[in-house]
Design a protein around this ligand. Structure first.
Ligand code: FDA
Length: 540
């Protein structure tokens, strides 16, 4: 049996902890011609440009790539990777890319599930005819915390781990609701919503953004006041690489108690996992909003059967939590020994898979895959009614078939029921019991391994059809999935072939996002396979 406290050595930690090293600002390299001249003309600064013939190009391009699926010789590569340090340099990159007809891929933490921050899904041949550059914001990683006003300005290139650590340096009773894995980049994460273990109490990261600085398609730097409320609404969940380059975000911090409690309790099918998960479905949304109990279900291997790991954060002391569990969820069989009291920052480390006693500075590290291949495919779903016992049994059958399959069920309710569907572009609020994240990972290269693992994921997704949201079948943009449809890969037009991926991510907010896009970027300068199209790019 796996030690429950190391459950994050699953998907999250496979990536987050495969090894970590201090993030280092990328060194300047003096290189290219036309683009370089253009950048100097627009910003007066010497911006670091890496071209494929430069010795550092590969390392600069690859350092944050988490998914080996997008790191092969067939993967379309950018013509340039650019790592600006100052706002005018970013402005210059946008103006020069427009002048030289280069597409821009914005990268903050590089965690995009489909690699869209550094490559394209178009075939290499097509991609080579539509050159793109990677605008890497790693140097925009400043975090300035104001404990009196309970706010912070955080650069898009910072990781959520850096944000958590900088807050904890200054206060034991302030925190921020964002993702579980410390290496996620703030830029992409906030652009798609961003949630973690405080979702039920505090909602999404995007719900706490109160200002932002953005470079628009005209190369102007805008803040909340100058961009206006429509664009400010759109960038808080409407997906990255669509409305502009978000340089930094001002966020409202949240109060956290001095003592919080975590637990990870493993149950197998022989230990009544099916019935316990079944019960969890109907109580998890009704528990006090300080309590978040997610389930991580992992595939069977030669040592372990299928496991359902009940992994939790409670914003309060263990004795109170025990009473809640004994009253509302006795089936879980939690005892006082299962519950660990700690500070909020320690809970961040525990849930992320670090061993007890790890110094919070570890959150400043990022991940490198150390040359070990790690291929993965993710998908998502929303469940509105409890799945019957037989339905859950069928899920275990899939997990018996493949040891590297993983499902994460994240409960909703709490404050998520109280925030309107249109408050931000993220529409998945009241009426959802939980979100499912599907993750399949593998390490073997080659077509056969690729096809069998992708096929398992798609078959399981198909199996879930009767049990999840319908018309549209909803999905979470931060778990990007190109299976649900893409823009036209050459000119980014959106048509019936797109299979309405937009309404799956954004439901009724999609139309408003299209209106904002049409106003701020009518020529579709910022675009990728799933960026919001302006009206003129929607064809019937
Ligand atoms: P990346 O840099 O790849 O960007 C993602 C997208 O946003 C791309 O389209 C990119 O062009 C665009 N973009 C990036 N920076 C931008 C900027 N400054 N301005 C405009 N556009 C920008 N999610 C979650 O909600 N909770 C969680 O707990 C986790 N956990 C998790 C663990 C692991 C291991 C992975 C790989 C992913 C997650 N995620 C997650 C999903 C994560 O939130 C999602 O992949 C984010 O988009 C990642 O943001 P990055 O900046 O790292 O990605």
């Amino acid at each position: 049996m796996k030690n429950p406290n190391t459950i994050c050595v699953l998907f999250v930690s496979l990536l987050c902890l495969s090894s970590y090293s201090n993030r280092q600002a990328l060194a300047y390299n003096d290189d290219d011609d036309g683009l370089k001249q253009c950048l100097i003309r627009h910003s007066q600064n010497h911006t670091a440009i890496y071209t494929p013939d430069h010795s550092s190009f590969v390392s600069v391009l690859q350092y944050p790539i988490k998914n080996t699926r997008f790191n092969s010789s067939d993967t379309p590569k950018p013509f340039y990777v650019i790592t600006p340090r100052e706002e005018p340099e970013v402005q210059a990159v946008i103006l020069c890319a427009a002048e030289l007809n280069l597409q821009v891929r914005i990268r903050s933490g590089g965690h995009d599930y489909e690699g869209l921050s550094y490559t394209t899904a178009a075939e290499k041949r097509v991609a080579d005819q539509n050159p793109f550059l990677v605008l890497d914001l790693i140097n925009f990683n400043n975090v300035a915390v104001d404990t009196v006003k309970k706010t912070a300005w955080v650069g898009s290139g910072a990781t959520v781990g850096e944000l958590y650590y900088r807050i904890s340096e200054k206060s034991k009773t302030l925190g921020f609701p964002a993702g579980v894995c410390h290496s996620i980049g703030v830029g992409g994460h906030f652009s798609g919503g961003g949630y973690g273990m405080m979702l039920r109490k505090h909602g999404l990261s995007a719900d706490h953004v109160v200002d932002a600085r953005l470079v628009d398609a005209k190369g102007r730097v805008l803040d909340r006041k100058s961009m206006g409320e429509d664009l400010f609404w759109a960038i808080r969940g409407g997906g990255g690489n669509t409305f502009g380059v978000v340089l930094s975000w001002k966020v409202k911090l949240v109060d956290v108690p001095e003592t919080v409690t975590t637990f990870s309790i493993v149950r197998t099918p022989d230990q009544n996992a099916t019935k316990i998960v079944h019960k969890w479905q109907s109580i998890a949304t009704k528990l006090p909003q300080e309590l978040f109990i997610r389930i991580i279900a992992i595939g069977q291997n030669s040592q372990n059967p299928v496991q359902a790991i009940f992994n939790s954060l409670y914003l309060g002391p263990a004795d109170t939590l025990l009473k809640i569990l004994q009253h509302s969820f006795p089936e879980l069989g939690a005892t006082r020994k299962d519950l660990e009291e700690k500070t909020w920052i320690e809970s961040i480390l525990t849930i992320d898979g670090f061993p007890n006693g790890t110094h919070p500075k570890a959150l400043l590290g990022t991940i490198v895959n150390n040359g070990k291949p790690y291929y993965f495919k993710g998908k998502s779903d929303f469940v509105k009614n409890p799945i019957p016992l037989e339905g859950l049994e069928g899920v275990w059958d899939f997990l018996k078939e493949n040891s590297s399959g993983l499902l994460i069920f994240s409960p909703y309710g709490g404050i998520m029921d109280k925030i309107s569907e249109s408050a931000t572009p993220f529409p998945h609020r009241a009426g959802n019991l939980y979100k499912i994240q599907y993750v399949m990972s593998w390490s073997k290269a080659g077509k056969e391994a690729y096809e069998s693992h992708m096929s398992w994921t798609r078959r399981l997704f198909q199996y879930y059809t009767p049990f999840v949201s319908k018309n549209p079948r909803q999905a979470y943009v931060n778990y990007r999935d190109l299976d649900i449809g893409t823009n036209n890969l050459v000119n980014s037009t959106y048509d019936r072939q797109s299979k309405n991926w937009g309404v799956k991510y954004y439901q009724n907010n999609f139309e408003r996002l299209v209106r904002v896009k049409t106003k701020v970027d009518p020529h579709n300068f910022f675009r990728n396979e799933q960026s919001i199209p302006p009206l003129s790019y929607i064809v019937n």
